[in-house]
Ligand binder design. Structure first.
Ligand code: ATP
Ligand code: MG
Length: 431
């Protein structure tokens, strides 16, 4: 097994790391070409995306002596430790100095690029210039680090590690469920969609947590429901998901019915306009009242403009469903309206969907332009709202079936939603 095999997915980053490791292992071959190997590499990105895992693969693959620095002591002692570690690395060269979480080296004032920790690292790198000392660093925030430290000749190479998405997320999910007892037809793609752009650490934790839920229930297999419940609990912080809220719509409390139809409204519009885009729908009681959420995944099968418009119409779907079903204004739809207005404003003033004259340029922000933009944005939101109502009334069978299933189960996975959609006659609408 290769040291890089423990990194699942991320094939292009892996390739780059392998090349860097090769320059460390075969220095002389590069020297014969008259070139110098890179002197340092920074892996940066959000917490839990695998930076330390990737750094450890480079260390293992290169087989070099490695001296690690993490800030775990007061500043004065830490500065001495930085110097001592670089000295030891130079004496044992070729070697790697591994600076894990380098942006914490200045945590007494994290925005300060001249913090003593960084200045010391920089001068130590310069002192070790003639020795085969490679600096491997990880950090969450690139902007906190001084540019001089990251220039060519110091930590000159930078790789951004993004949270996994698409195939990378699918491969990581498949890897984490491999040794767990999931139901036979577990949908790796659906899990990856649900967790799109969440960190690897989140993926690992949610999949494990789903197993714990199955264990509490004394079930012998982990299901998608356990997984979504674990996701809601650990990532979305909704803990009442496993309560026995579910009931028939006909006997449900009025507030509960409204929340159910609101969420079903969002989901129906999303599924009619972009089939298979809903990753889950849920209703819950968080102690202070009923709430719900519907989440989506963009598989990029539609154009940017179509997806953005469908998101706006979908955001208005909750309010539209309440008006259609109860003939009342949905007073809980403020956040949805914010999304609809914000996104419509972006389409109007940035993408110029209603004409270039509404473009918000650097030197074109007159009061007259702003008021014209505002008027057009509200007209557009009105138009999208009418679309939302049209879609719901043409697809009322889907709305009713989805609402009934949601009321009973409280949590519907992408697979549940798809099954219900396929039982209904779907009427598409141009937007
Ligand atoms: N590509 C991957 N394949 C499989 N597991 C991964 C991958 N990336 C990360 N993990 C797992 O996710 C967890 C977090 O990874 P890691 O500690 O490397 O993240 P990090 O980016 O260094 O986070 P932090 O910024 O908090 O230090 C670990 O358990 C690790 O094994
Ligand atoms: Mg780390």
């Amino acid at each position: 097994m290769n040291a890089f095999d423990k990194i699942i997915g991320y094939s292009s980053i892996k390739r780059e790391l392998m090349q860097i490791s090769d320059t460390l292992k075969n220095r002389s071959a590069y020297e014969k070409l008259g070139v110098t190997a890179p002197r340092g590499l920074l892996l940066y990105g959000e917490p839990g995306v695998g930076k330390s895992l990737m750094a450890s693969a480079v260390i293992e693959d290169s087989g070099l002596n490695t001296f690690t620095l993490r800030k775990d002591q007061p500043n004065g002692d830490f500065i001495k430790e930085i110097k001592a570690v670089f000295k030891k690395a130079a004496e044992n060269a070729p070697a790697i100095v591994y600076l894990d979480d380098m942006d914490k080296f200045a945590n007494e004032d994290e925005q300060h690029p001249d913090a003593e920790g960084y200045v010391t690292v920089q001068s130590c790198i310069d002192e070790a210039k003639d020795r085969a000392v490679f600096v491997l660093a990880t950090a969450n925030r690139l902007r906190c680090l001084p540019g001089s430290l990251l220039r060519a000749g110091r930590i000159g190479r930078k790789i951004k590690v993004n949270p996994p998405s698409g195939r990378d997320a699918e491969e990581i999910v498949a890897h984490y469920i491999k040794n767990k007892k999931f139901v036979g037809d577990v949908d790796v793609k659906a899990i990856a969609h649900l967790m799109d752009k969440r960190s690897c650490a989140d993926l690992e934790m949610v999949i494990n947590e789903a197993g714990l839920y199955a264990g509490y229930e004394k079930a012998d297999r982990i299901t998608m429901d356990h997984l979504i419940a674990a996701y809601m609990h650990t990532v979305m912080n909704v803990s009442a998901i496993c309560s026995n809220l579910g009931t028939d719509l006909s006997v449900a409390d009025e507030n509960y019915r409204q929340v159910v139809y609101h969420e079903a409204g969002h989901a129906v519009i999303s599924e009619v306009l972009c089939p298979d885009s809903v990753t889950f729908i849920n209703v819950h009681n968080n102690g202070s009242g009923f709430g719900g959420s519907t989440d989506y995944f963009n598989d990029n099968s539609t154009t940017y403009l179509y997806w953005e418009k469908s998101r706006i119409i979908g955001a208005l779907g909750g309010i539209a469903a309440i008006e259609q079903k109860f003939g009342a204004l949905d007073v809980g739809g403020g956040c949805d309206l914010d999304i609809a207005f914000r996104n419509t404003k972006y389409l109007v003033t940035n993408d110029c969907v209603c004409g270039f004259h509404l473009h918000a340029g650097d030197c074109n922000d007159s009061d007259r332009l702003q008021s014209e933009q505002e008027q057009i944005v509200s007209c557009e939101v009105e138009r999208y709202y009418r679309k939302a109502k049209e879609i719901l009334s043409l697809n009322s069978e889907f709305l009713e079936k989805l609402a009934a299933a949601l009321a009973k189960k409280t949590l519907l996975s992408a697979t549940d939603v798809k099954k219900i959609r396929e039982q209904c006659k779907i009427v598409s609408v141009a937007i």
